[in-house]
Ligand binder design. Structure first.
Ligand code: NAD
Ligand code: TYD
Length: 339
């Protein structure tokens, strides 16, 4: 098994590469990553010297780079994406370029290379918001943010490649993921690192929105199961079955950090904010997968990781992140309501 993993220097992709190399001694991995602001090559320090691992810096929209990186590969797993909803609201061109066009370039190269499997890493956000039962794989796609619309475009492009050209495609749609190595723009790492620094936690709207949380290790194992056991042409939901309101997560983080509720700020809501995501993952469970990490334990170990690894996140928060943070939060925090 020779894998091309794209976006492997990011959050979930790096968990996936470490998992594959640990559990499959025969596997070789090429990691193609552009190293955008969201990448942390340090995530892969433990496998850097492994002779089965090779890193290629490059863009998935560049057909020549992709063809070279894919040469000899039997499996392709596409994690590479612009992944943050708030950034997609500020401007979506990078999302459309990487998440849609990049997926097409990869599918086209995979078809020419004749790979055994192409796995597209997608998201529960393509279904839109639900107030009813958890989403199943054949539910309609109703993406509502520029991010989720781009992901839906990539997801459908990959499935169309199967339908039209016979490329053996599997799609996974994962739920909100947390754990070590997550760039601190997303809810949990932002709130943990802010709380560790005694900074306010900006809760959008009333904080009653619901997300279904899964640990990155469980998400990575779900993707690997779908890659190895999934049926081409099929979609598999990968959810944690841990639905929680954002305010519950916020209070849990504060408790684990040992900070007070006085850090909570209710700020202006995200435009078009999806109220609730929830996934029915029984189809993937039928292939032998189930999430292993309990949410309370996973949150506690994640908070501990950020406590121990200031060397990982402090340089991030003082770099490009600072400009984004100002743009995203300065006005909101100025007008905020304390809890
Ligand atoms: P991330 O933002 O942490 O990492 C993305 C990686 O992709 C980075 O290393 C970046 O450098 C790379 N990349 C971006 N554009 C690229 C390009 N054009 N060419 C090559 N590399 C490029 O993302 P993540 O949170 O690990 O998410 C990984 C995948 O999982 C994404 O496809 C995302 O949509 C999906 N997903 C994420 C979540 C979540 O909660 N984080 C949930 C469900 C699905
Ligand atoms: P996020 O981590 O951005 O993931 P997604 O938008 O892909 O679900 O946000 C998770 C939830 O937390 C979402 O309902 C928005 C909310 N949120 C806040 O309330 N404040 C914040 O500063 C952030 C980043 C998110």
């Amino acid at each position: 098994m020779q894998l091309l993993v794209t976006g492997g220097a990011g959050f979930i992709g790096s968990h996936f590469i470490r998992l594959v190399l640990a559990e499959h001694p025969e596997a070789r991995v090429v990691n193609l990553d552009k190293l955008t602001y969201a990448a942390s090559p340090a995530n892969l320090a433990s496998v850097e010297d492994d002779p089965r691992y090779r890193f290629v810096q490059g863009d998935i929209t560049d057909a020549a780079v992709v063809a070279e990186a894919m040469a000899g590969c039997t499996h392709v797993v596409n994690f590479a994406a612009e992944s943050h909803v708030d950034r997609s609201i500020h401007g979506a061109v990078d999302f459309i370029t990487t998440d849609v066009l990049g997926t097409w370039v990869l599918c086209d190269a995979a078809r020419s290379a004749g790979v055994d499997r192409y796995l597209q890493v997608s998201t529960d956000e393509v279904y839109g918001s639900t107030e009813g039962r958890p989403f199943q794989e054949d539910d309609p796609l109703r993406p509502s943010s520029p991010y989720s619309a781009s992901k839906a475009g990539g997801d459908l492009q990959a499935l169309a490649y199967m339908h039209t050209h016979g490329l053996p495609v599997v799609v996974t749609r994962g739920s909100n993921t947390y754990g070590p190595n997550q760039y601190p723009e997303k809810l949990i790492p932002l709130f943990v690192t802010n709380a560790l620094d005694g900074e306010p936690l900006p809760v959008y709207g009333d904080g009653r929105q619901v997300r279904d949380w899964i640990h990155a290790e469980d998400h990575a194992r779900g993707i690997l199961t779908a890659l190895l056991e999934g049926v081409p042409g099929e979609v598999y939901n990968v959810g944690g079955s841990n639905e929680r309101e954002n305010i519950w997560i916020t209070r849990q983080v504060l408790e684990l950090v040992g900070a007070g509720d006085d850090l909570i700020r209710y700020v202006a809501d995200r435009p078009g904010h999806d109220f609730r995501y929830a996934l029915d993952s029984s189809k993937l469970m039928a292939l032998g997968w189930s999430p292993r990490i309990d949410l309370a334990e996973g949150l506690a170990s994640t908070v501990q990781w950020y406590r121990d690894r200031r060397d990982w996140w402090e340089p991030i928060k003082s770099g490009e992140f600072r400009e984004f943070y100002q743009r995203q939060y300065e006005e909101r925090l100025h007008a905020a309501v304390r809890s």
